[in-house]
Design a protein around this ligand. Sequence first.
Ligand code: F6R
Length: 250
Amino acid sequence: MRPDAEKAAGFVAEMVATRLRSEPRAVLGLATGRTMEPVYARLVAMHRAGLSFAGCWTFNLDEYVGLSADDPRSYRATMDRLLFGPVDAVRVRTAVPDGMAADPELEAARYEAAIAAAGGIGLQVLGIGETGHIGFNEPPSPLGSRTRVVTLTAQTRAQNAPMFGGDPGAVPLRAITMGVGTILEAREIVLLATGEAKSQVLVRALEGKVTPDVSASALQGHGRCVVVADAAAARLVLGGDTEKLGSTTL
Ligand code: F6R
């Protein structure tokens, strides 16, 4: 646990930077969402101080079906703005599912194959949705699911409405997402959760049973997964025992 969102994000950024320094050609799995914004801001600052992304490959978790790369609300445009543009990433090595693909299911299969062709993901960064999703693996998502087209829940569309002028109805209904099984194949995973709104779902994911109804619960079975949370998100974890939380790698 870290006391606030800035420090939690800094910890995750440091994990990514450490990986890039030791393995410049690392394959990174990346997430979008408000939780990640301070992580990418920190990585951009580190880039200005010398950290290079020039050798790495990246795969984003998901994209809305129907949004193009030049739509500022698409995850491709968001990543270009927050990270890929400001750093020295090589664009052809930054992958985001194509939300405008004529056949989204085919695009999902292509994306899954591209991850495998890159040798799989070395370090995967995750956020968690209020429905317990990782990527856009809404409940119920089979724990072995692969990259595919999913329908977003009303709760997720409401969560993401601020990026769509506050209107949940404007949030696309479908997305392409890496599956739970795809995510679990990453060799190392770090999940970042910040803010009170994530506290209920975080405790379900970490202490509840492993279930397709909370796709983040699948991480309990991953041998190398670190959960980084700020005090607000961690409030209910381990019964709120801040002594234990301070030192526990969950
Ligand atoms: C986004 C993603 C989602 C988000 C989650 C949290 O690529 O895969 O799982 O990480 O919805 O979103 P924020 O950070 O906006 O609360």
